[in-house]
Structures are given as C-alpha cells and as structure tokens.
Design a protein around this ligand. Sequence first.
Ligand SMILES: Cc1cc2nc3c(=O)[nH]c(=O)nc-3n(C[C@H](O)[C@H](O)[C@H](O)COP(=O)(O)O)c2cc1C
Length: 217
Amino acid sequence: MPAAQTRTGEVLEALNWRRAIKKFKPDAKLDAQELDYLKEALRLAPSSFGFQAWRFLFVEDPALRKALREKAWGQAQVEDASALVVLCREDELGAESVTRLVRATAERTNAPLKSLEGFESMLSGFVAKLSKEDAAAYMNEQVHIALGFLLFAAAQAGIDACPMGGFEKEGFDEILGLKEKGLRSAVLCALGRRAEDDAYAARPKVRFALDEVVETI
Ligand SMILES: Cc1cc2nc3c(=O)[nH]c(=O)nc-3n(C[C@H](O)[C@H](O)[C@H](O)COP(=O)(O)O)c2cc1C
C-alpha cells in the first residue's frame, strides 16, 4: 500500500478507537511530553481571521477539580482524568483583539504595520458589526474548532479524551475567576487513559451511514 494510504488507514483506525470516555484511570498520568503535544495541537488550531480569541486552562489543582465537578453534573471525568482542559473564549472581541492580531501578523510575517492597514480596517469593520451575543457565539464556535483539534490529536497519539459541554458555565467562571481574566468558559475536555471497565468504550460506535451524512451534489 502506498505510504499515504497506510497513513489514512491509521488515522481512521485511531478515529474509530476514540470514544468519549466516561471512566478514566485516576492513577494513569499523561507525561510532560504528551501534555506539551496536546498544548501545541491546541495552539495550532485555526480560527476565523486567525483571531485566536481563546485561552486553554489546564486545571491541575485537585481542590479546584473537586469544586468544578460539582458544577459539571457530578461527572467523574472532571476529577479522575489525568488532565482537565477548560477551553475558554475571550469575554469581548473588540479593538484590542484587532490590534493584537495585526501586531502579531506584522511580527511573524516581517510585514510593516503600514502594509496591514487594509487588513486592520477590515477586521475592525467586522468586529464593530457584531453584537455582544453574536461575538460570544462566534468565539464559542472557534473554541470548538480547537476542541476538535485536541480530540483529533489525542486520538492520533493514543490518548483518551472526553469532550464535555455538560457543565454550568457561570459556576466554572466563578470558581476559576475567569471574568477577572477577561475570559468565559466554553467547553471542557478531560484527557488521560480509559479504565478497562469503561462500559461506554466497549460499545459499538453509533454513527449514521455515510450517505445519510454526506451528500455530493
Ligand atoms: C461539544 C460536546 C459536548 C459533550 N458533552 C459531554 C458531556 O458533558 N459528558 C459526556 O460524557 N460526554 C459528552 N460528549 C460526548 C458525546 O456524547 C460523544 O462524543 C458522542 O456520543 C459520540 O460518541 P464518541 O465520541 O464516543 O464517538 C460531548 C461531546 C461534544 C462534542
């Protein structure tokens, strides 16, 4: 089999293997290299215009994990997984976000700021038109792209994960002091190793047939 085909086969195998794990082995810790890999996958996620209006908090403190679990329908993954990532969006998308991105673009691409004036005014026009609610929804969407990258990267490395939206955002924001940091929680991801007796992991994957979800027109 040509190399590219072997690779795609392996990727799909990993995607079939991955499950939203409910029961993690509490004593199986991800090592520093694995954590760095996952953090880098998050950092490399794409976002609309490249805004990156997000921050990813890796919560290690056991007391915090315990308190957060209470605000996450008591779900055990929050406490038992090796890593818990709270994927946050920024509170606001405004002039500061535009300036930050334009400066970073100038630096990274060695472009004079003057040459980015068109880009800057386009971004400013875009953010100015968004209501606070629309901006929040827009940033939440982008954070979910990062979640997808994280899940995909984890699966490729044989790391188990559970994406989690079942939590009280206000409660999380309060416990983690997110408002003071200019952030809001969007979604969670628990990461680690599945327990051998995770019943869910043993269940066949439930997916609609290809022709029910993909259409060529
Ligand atoms: C955004 C999002 C939120 C989710 N929230 C939870 C959650 O709070 N708790 C949980 O156990 N699973 C959660 N899941 C997992 C889904 O139920 C699971 O991905 C889906 O049933 C498909 O199963 P699979 O991921 O094992 O293939 C969530 C998944 C996504 C993508």
